[in-house]
Design a binder for this molecule. Structure first.
Ligand SMILES: [Zn+2]
Length: 259
């Protein structure tokens, strides 16, 4: 992954705010507090890349099936959003499973400890829940881990998630294609997908079958499957370049901010 230069990095917070607040936040509603933390539905449209995300991670055998499938596609990287109880439970049944997945370049994000709607938790409870989940993650990985993303259970955007994101430096991660369904229909939806799409799947039989069906097509058609981190970093870089550059559109197009 290309690293972001310090100069770009300094611009990221303001650029992200500009870029994201312009188009990515849900519209403000009278009965709902405005969401101020970073929240994304899709990444940069410039790259032929998608982020596949797998929520919940309840079923060990489907996790193992997916791991085998991913082994056949070592260039594909995905993101898991397991609940904390299953981080521990799957580790008990298959010691080292999470370490293996992280070692292969896949990413892990927060999805609460017990799949509770963050919107019904107080911010203080959500912070405790996150810390409990993070404790489970470091236990199964045996190391600290840089968690960057939260997928809210039931896909509910709430004030509590906003506070949590700000306190723990997380990006709220929704999706542009997902919700599950018959493999034929899901495959067709993904085949019509665009660069930057975030695909929501769950670790369940139907979504495993959809993955099995669509992965060969994605490879044949030169799609990259990337982690949420890569998708988000592409997105931030695009915001930096479009929101903050002195673009001289004369005879030769020069962007003075690009190194
Ligand atoms: Zn879930």
């Amino acid at each position: 992954m290309t690293s972001i230069s310090r100069r770009d990095f300094l611009k990221i917070s303001s650029a992200a705010l500009l870029g994201i607040s312009a188009s990515k936040f849900i519209p403000m509603q009278a009965d709902e507090p405005y969401f101020t933390a970073p929240l994304i539905w899709n990444g940069s449209r410039k790259f032929k890349r998608m982020a596949f995300t797998y929520d919940d991670c309840y079923l060990l055998n489907k996790m193992q099936d997916l791991e085998v499938l991913l082994n056949e596609y070592p260039e594909f990287k995905v993101t898991f959003f397991p609940v904390g109880s299953k981080l521990l439970n799957l580790e008990e049944q298959d010691s080292g499973i999470w370490k293996r997945l992280v070692k292969k370049g896949h990413e892990i994000g927060y999805h609460t400890f017990d799949h509770v709607n963050l919107g019904v938790m107080s911010p203080a409870t959500a912070l405790m829940d996150y810390d409990k989940w993070y404790g489970a993650l470091t236990q199964v990985l045996g190391t600290e881990y840089n968690v960057r993303f939260v997928r809210p259970p039931y896909d509910i955007i709430s004030y509590t998630m906003d506070v949590l994101c700000q306190e723990r430096g997380l990006v709220a991660t929704l999706f542009s294609i997902g919700g599950g369904g018959e493999p034929d229909i899901v495959t067709r939806a993904i085949q019509k997908g665009k660069g930057g799409d975030i695909i929501q799947m769950h670790i369940r039989t139907q979504d495993y079958n959809s993955s099995l069906q669509v992965y060969p097509w994605l490879r044949e058609n030169n799609w990259e499957l990337v982690t949420m981190s890569q998708l988000y970093d592409d997105y931030l870089r695009e915001q930096v370049n479009s929101a903050d550059c002195d673009v001289d559109a004369g005879m030769s197009l020069t962007r003075t901010c690009v190194e």
